[in-house]
Design a protein around this ligand. Structure first.
Ligand SMILES: [Zn+2]
Ligand SMILES: [Zn+2]
Length: 236
């Protein structure tokens, strides 16, 4: 944990964004995150590489994922969906404030495990144009910009398209969620082998599961899922 904390203040920190910590609103000599809040952030320590469940010992895949692995090959997240991250994620999604994406995207870049191969391309989960127009931006695309900047991984915003608006997923049963998502997306021809699908929060995993299936069918060999947080993935 201590090493991960130090990496947040690596030379990658953008000097131009020095000023106010997004969490405590105090002035800081760092970009968007002060030392105090960084130390307090509940970042994941050793965890399952597929679902993010905290783990003791050296295992990399939890018992649940060994029995029932998700469709993706690797999950890169910062934390569980909890205080104090929830507040900033709400600003990003519902309060027309995209700035937290600059911080979270930078953190995703800086905390990407050195031992993992980098994906060839970042694919932000597409929003329906109407929702994007209402919000003014796609939060996954906003997250992708700093990742592109700090890790030099290209972002493809055209590969995946959302054909129609899906109903809000929360509260729907598993079966309804899947039919809600069926045929909601389409994909353009491509030659990518290793891609990272980027979303703000992985909740039930239904949206990313639909997209991962589409990407696998189109020839991708390895599909990673990147997000700020996950809520519980098991026990739906
Ligand atoms: Zn702070
Ligand atoms: Zn797991």
């Amino acid at each position: 944990m201590f090493n991960r904390f130090l990496r947040l203040f690596s030379p990658l920190a953008p000097q131009s964004l020095q000023g106010i910590c997004l969490f405590c609103r105090q002035a800081t000599d760092q970009a968007l995150l002060c030392h105090y809040c960084a130390e307090e952030l509940p970042l994941l320590d050793h965890h399952c590489r597929l679902c993010g469940t905290p783990m003791a010992g050296k295992e990399n895949i939890c018992g649940h994922c060994q029995l029932q692995p998700p469709v993706w090959d690797f999950l890169h997240i910062l934390a569980d969906y909890q205080f104090p991250l929830i507040g900033l994620i709400h600003q990003l999604k519902y309060q027309h404030r995209p700035l937290p994406a600059v911080l979270f995207g930078k953190m995703l870049a800086e905390l990407y495990p050195e031992e993992e191969p980098k994906p060839e391309v970042i694919l932000p989960v597409p929003l329906h144009w109407r929702r994007q127009w209402q919000r003014g931006y796609n939060q996954a695309q906003e997250l992708a910009r700093p990742i592109n900047k700090y890790l030099n991984i290209p972002v493809d915003m055209q590969l995946l398209q959302r054909k129609r608006a899906t109903k809000v997923q929360a509260g729907l049963s598993r079966v309804l969620r899947q039919s809600n998502l069926k045929d909601a997306f389409q994909i353009r021809p491509h030659h990518y082998q290793h891609v990272a699908l980027l979303d703000d929060v992985v909740t039930t995993g239904a949206t990313v599961t639909a997209l991962v299936r589409l990407l696998k069918e189109s020839g991708c060999q390895r599909i990673d899922v990147w997000a700020i947080c996950r809520t519980q993935l098991h026990g739906e």
